[in-house]
Structures are given as structure tokens and as C-alpha cells.
Design a protein around this ligand. Structure first.
Ligand SMILES: Cc1ncc(COP(=O)(O)O)c(C=O)c1O
Length: 404
């Protein structure tokens, strides 16, 4: 157990200190965690490139990157679009209070969270389907919809998890380049649909470009296209927009549209490690997806209670948004000062073109204890940097200045 992990633990001490009579023994167990000690936690089969269940693996991460770097206590962990300002205190408190009853299966908590989400989104409970993050639902869609000979239409670049799994099943991945302003090209995507297309995947805001589509345009696209094929709208980053309720396509579900809207607690809610996500869609689509998930058994009671306690906790969400914006403004200034451009971001990550090979760049940044990602498209190398705490952005700036 190194100093860094001890410090981390103390920083997160509000969770533990005095919260429970058995906090001492719990602390010992937490301290033994490889996550905090910086030792590689995993090297097992799940971390290998070939494992279809890992979103990281589907994006080409190697075993070393997932198993080692992902758990080392980096100075700046800016490669996975997590929210280091979360989860909220209400979520942490709920976890501690739920621990003593976590011998219970999670059905009731599932029902409670489903009804909270359904009430807020003004849909029926039968339209909401929970899982341990949105990744299992992307996987379920890939398994439920695709077989050899079919195709999936996506933007390029966009989030690769669902189409890369469809491709593994034998489907064709039809990649449509983005517009000049790095948005999904809806007109071109519509033209790319053919008789073998079974699903169109829309990531809005888009990962990795952090751009958002015009809501009216996307809505009319979905109205037309969903008459022919299912439209999967991944709204993982929608909570970062100024008006998520005015942007989400969830209300279209009430019109009976053939769309699947995916949401996650992993981003602004800060639940990436707790694991909770859901789709809002038609009951017959849920029936199809549920064949390929362990829905009612897959989320822990502690996570569900944490989600119930912090769902729409505006005080926490607004504070996290404010800190994210401050860190993002700082990053913009650093990039401008070093003579770099960037794609203006509607999310908790920023994409910008780099002046060296992407792999070499991320390796050099990693040597300086800063984790970021790279992409290659439009004949350029790009860095995607997640927005972290200010100390992480400063660590990024220090390392970046040495390389630029
Ligand atoms: C666009 C998008 N969708 C889905 C996910 C998966 O999120 P989770 O499985 O944590 O809900 C991610 C993760 O980064 C993402 O960027």
C-alpha cells in the first residue's frame, strides 16, 4: 500500500470515516484493494483483446493498457471519460446504508429505480430496462439484431462498441464519415441504409468528437428512418448539455417509434465503477434485449440504492458540471497557448489534432503519468482528453508542453 493510495483513501474518507461502526475493518479491506495499491488487478481473460464483452477491448486496448495502466494511480486519468467529481455524497451514503441488507437480491430496488426514471421521463415503466451500465445493453442489441449478411450504419468516427460487436457476429459495419464540423452526417447515413440494414447507431453527443446534433433534424431523421430500421440513440453524454430534457429523444418512445434510447449513470453521475445504465424503448424491443442480458440479476442492490438516492440530484449534478466547465476552459487555454486547435466540446472530453503519431504521443504522455487516447481519421492523428479535476488538467498541461 503506497502513499498515494493512502492519500486517495483519505481524500475519499468522507465515505468511510465514522460512517459505520465496522469502518475500521472495512478500511483494511479497501486498503488491500489492488485498485488503490496500484498493482495490476487483472490479467485474466476478460482483459484480453478478444473478449467481446469489454468496451475498452473493442476499441483496441491491449491487455497491458486495460490491466495495468487503467488501475495505476496516474497523475491524470483522462482516457475513459469518467467524472472524478462523482458519485454524489447522497449515493455514497446510500451505499453505506445498504451494505447491511446487500444479502438481498435486487428486484425491489430495480423496480424502485425503474419507476423513478419512468416518472421523470414521463414514460411507462414497461418502457424502461435497466442493466449494469449501458455496455451490456449495447451488447444485447448487437446479439439481438445481427447475423451474418446484415449491416449496421454508424458515423465514423463514433463509439465503436455496438458496431464492433455486430461485426464480430458477421454483420457488415457501414461507416459514414462525419461532416466538416465533426458531426454525424445524417443525410449521408440515411443514404447508406440498404435492404440489409437492421440498425442505425447514433451517438449524440458523439464520442470521440464531443459534437451534438440539431435536435429537430435528428428527430425528423428518426421519424423517417425508424419506419424502416431500428434507430439506436446512445445518449451517454446528454447530461452535459445545457438542456438534456429538450434534447433527448425519449419522448419519441411514447409515439411508438422503433427507437432505442440508451442512457448511463457512468458519466455525469460518476457511476462508471458502480455500473448502472438503461434503455428507454418499446416493450417488444425490451423482450428481445432481455434474452441477452441478466437484467434483474446484473445490478447490485448497493448500486441501485445509490442510483435511486442520487437520480436527478441537481445540487450535485450542477456542481459537477461547473467543475467540468472550469477544467475544460483551462484545457482550451492550454491548447490555444501551445498553438493547437480543438473541436468545441459539448461533453466531458475534448478532441484535438496532434502533431505527432498518436500511439507515440499517448505512450509519451503515459510515461509522464498522464493517460489519454488517440484516434486516426481525416489523415490526421487526434488526441481525446477527458475532463478531469484541475490538478489532473495541470498534470496534462505540464506533460503536453514537454511534447509540443
Ligand atoms: C457513447 C458511449 N456509450 C456507452 C458507453 C458505455 O458506458 P457504460 O457501460 O459505462 O454505461 C460509453 C463509455 O464510455 C460511451 O462513451
Amino acid at each position: 500500500m503506497g502513499n498515494i493510495s493512502r492519500r486517495n483513501l483519505i481524500r475519499r474518507g468522507a465515505l468511510l470515516a465514522g460512517a459505520l461502526p465496522f469502518a475500521g475493518s472495512l478500511l483494511d479491506k479497501v486498503q488491500a484493494s489492488p485498485l488503490l495499491s496500484g498493482k495490476p488487478a487483472v490479467s485474466g481473460p476478460w482483459a484480453v483483446n478478444g473478449h467481446a464483452g469489454s468496451a475498452f477491448a473493442s476499441e483496441g486496448w491491449t491487455e497491458r493498457e486495460i490491466g495495468l495502466n487503467a488501475v495505476e494511480p496516474l497523475k491524470a486519468r483522462l482516457f475513459a471519460n469518467e467524472n472524478p467529481f462523482g458519485p454524489s455524497d447522497k449515493a455514497k451514503k446510500a451505499i453505506m446504508e445498504t451494505l447491511p441488507v446487500s444479502y438481498q437480491y435486487p428486484m425491489r430496488s430495480m423496480g424502485d429505480l425503474t419507476s423513478k426514471i419512468a416518472d421523470f421521463e414521463k414514460v411507462k415503466q414497461e418502457n424502461v430496462f435497466l442493466a449494469s451500465g449501458s455496455s451490456p445493453l449495447l451488447m444485447a442489441a448487437a446479439l439481438g439484431y445481427f447475423k451474418p449478411g446484415c449491416n449496421v450504419v454508424t458515423g465514423d468516427p463514433s463509439y465503436a462498441d455496438l458496431p464492433s460487436k455486430a461485426e464480430k457476429i458477421g454483420a457488415k459495419w457501414v461507416k459514414v464519415p462525419l461532416t466538416a464540423d465533426f458531426k454525424l452526417d445524417l443525410d449521408a447515413m440515411e443514404k447508406a441504409i440498404d435492404g440489409n440494414t437492421v440498425l442505425v447507431y447514433i451517438c449524440n453527443p458523439n464520442n470521440p468528437t464531443a459534437t451534438v446534433l440539431d435536435t429537430a433534424k435528428l428527430k425528423s431523421f428518426c421519424e423517417r428512418v425508424s419506419k424502416k430500421v431500428t434507430v439506436f440513440v446512445d445518449e451517454a453524454y446528454i447530461d452535459y448539455l445545457p438542456d438534456p430534457q429538450g434534447t433527448t429523444l425519449i419522448p419519441m418512445v411514447n409515439t411508438g417509434a422503433n427507437i432505442i434510447v440508451a442512457r448511463t449513470f457512468s458519466k455525469l453521475y460518476g457511476f462508471a465503477g458502480l455500473r448502472c445504465g438503461y434503455v428507454v424503448t418499446q416493450p417488444d424491443i425490451i423482450k428481445k434485449l432481455s434474452l441477452y442480458t441478466e437484467a434483474s440479476m446484473s445490478i447490485t442492490t448497493t448500486t441501485l440504492q445509490a442510483a435511486i438516492a442520487s437520480y436527478q440530484d441537481r445540487e450535485f449534478l450542477d456542481a459537477a458540471l461547473k467543475k467540468t466547465i472550469a477544467s475544460k476552459e483551462y484545457l482550451y487555454e492550454v491548447l490555444k497557448k501551445e498553438g493547437y486547435t480543438y473541436v468545441p466540446s459539448s461533453t466531458n472530453f475534448v478532441l484535438f489534432p496532434i502533431k505527432m503519431d498518436g500511439k507515440q504521443f499517448t505512450d509519451e504522455m503515459m510515461k509522464r503519468s498522464v493517460g489519454v487516447r488517440f484516434w486516426k481519421f481525416n489523415n490526421k492523428d487526434w488526441c481525446r482528453v477527458s475532463i478531469g479535476r484541475m490538478d489532473e488538467m495541470e498534470a496534462f498541461a505540464g506533460a503536453f508542453k514537454e511534447l509540443s
